[in-house]
Ligand binder design. Structure first.
Ligand SMILES: [Zn+2]
Length: 344
């Protein structure tokens, strides 16, 4: 793997926000702050071609974030009102969050992956939905005094519901309507059910969203109303993209790099190592639950230090591994995993 975003990497190491960068051919990289989050920023990509302007992953909506995006657009020689299209690689707030405001301010269309059902918009009553999630946490063995931290609160749910709905849905083989660019959509479920990546053949660039990042393994979680076997989907999605190995990868966080195949192999092997760790725990425990397995796995800052969202992510990642093992033929019974068809 070769880091091509040298300045971005240096900024990452120095714990500062990298600068706006011109990547050639009407393409700009625009860091947008992601407040109170260790990822620190989302890399939005701005494409300008004639009278059209596309913003990919506008980022988390905050006053500073709006300013960051305006600064990036100005560097690209355009203003907010010139934005004609917005695309989010997935629905998470650090990608889709600012899309609602940007659409209102510009009148642009908004595109999202075909399968990106915001599972949150499927419910009627947020209180009922939150209670269902709390019950799910109980079946995962979460101690009663930690259930409130691990489950989705009514506020979390309402926040998700306020995210913008797309005007346009894109899937495999579709072209993003921006003239002068051949941005082809590849569906890459895993991190979310409808995550998409974009490849530009003639410019040899690959916009990877959160599916492939250079430094961390993207979180893959078993989520309420989500994919029934998200880790399997993620591994299949990694297989789908590794061929473009000489393309420059433009991720949504951290820094740009080249060497997609190497990175894909690393990510797959890390996921499988993690599954082996889960198998060892399953064999060592008498009545394993999602909680007791998660508590014994290695976490960078230790399981005891995890709280709130970080705790939820750790539990739902563990559950994704347990579900993957179950659908791979492991026979341990774990409560609270959804029915999923066993692969042939
Ligand atoms: Zn992200």
């Amino acid at each position: 793997m070769e880091v091509t975003g040298i300045v971005q990497r240096q900024a990452w190491l120095n714990k500062v926000i990298p600068p706006v960068e011109f990547l050639g051919n009407g393409l700009w990289s625009v860091p947008v702050v992601f407040p109170r989050n260790p990822m620190r920023y989302t890399l939005a990509y701005v494409i300008v071609d004639g009278g059209d302007c596309l913003v990919i992953d506008p980022g988390f909506d905050s006053p500073q974030g709006r300013l960051d995006l305006k600064v990036g657009l100005r560097a690209a020689g355009v203003g907010i009102r010139d934005v004609s299209g917005i695309l989010a690689t997935h629905f998470h707030t650090d990608h889709l969050g600012m899309a609602g405001w940007l659409r209102r301010a510009s009148g642009a269309w908004l595109a999202l992956g075909k399968e990106e059902k915001r599972y949150i918009s499927a419910f009627e009553d947020p209180a009922e939905e939150s209670e269902a999630d709390r019950n799910r946490m109980r079946t995962w063995g979460v101690p009663e005094d930690r259930v409130g931290e691990a489950a989705m609160s009514v506020e979390d749910l309402l926040h998700m519901r306020r995210l913008a709905d797309p005007d346009l849905r894109v899937g495999n083989g579709d072209r993003v309507p921006i003239p002068g660019f051949e941005l082809a959509v590849i569906e890459t479920p895993g991190h979310t059910p409808g995550h998409i990546c974009l490849r530009e053949e003639s410019r040899e660039i690959f916009i990877s969203g959160d599916h492939v990042l250079p430094r961390i393994s993207p979180n893959v979680s078993l989520e309420i109303r989500g994919d029934a076997d998200p880790l399997r989907s993620c591994l299949e999605s990694l297989d789908r993209i590794e061929a473009d190995t000489h393309f420059e990868v433009l991720p949504a966080h951290e820094y740009r790099f080249r060497g997609l195949q190497d990175r894909v192999r690393q990510l797959k092997s890390l996921a499988l190592q993690r599954s082996e760790e889960v198998v060892r725990e399953l064999s060592a425990q008498r009545n394993p639950t999602v909680w007791t397995v998660a508590a014994k796995l290695s976490w960078s800052r230790g399981f005891e230090s995890l709280g709130n969202l970080q705790l939820r992510l750790a539990l739902s990642e563990t559950a994704a591994h347990l579900q993957y093992l179950r659908t791979s033929g492991h026979t341990h019974f774990i409560e609270g995993l959804p029915a999923a068809p066993l692969p042939a």
